[in-house]
Design a protein around this ligand. Sequence first.
Ligand SMILES: [Zn+2]
Length: 72
Amino acid sequence: MAQTLLASTYLGALDRCDRCGAQAYVRAVLAAGELLFCAHHGREYGEKLSRDALLVEDNSSVLRSSSGSAAA
Ligand SMILES: [Zn+2]
């Protein structure tokens, strides 16, 4: 992981993915509590989260907009 934090967001450098420990960019609020995911795992679980979570805040667009070369 060699990402540099360029923009401060509501998910900060201290917020970590619950799966892999990378910096979190996706916050999912479930009935049982709150989960944080990195951009990778946010995508991996995004479909499930969109069904199960009460609220999903995807902040990973800051990665795409700052790199400019992530278009698939
Ligand atoms: Zn992760």
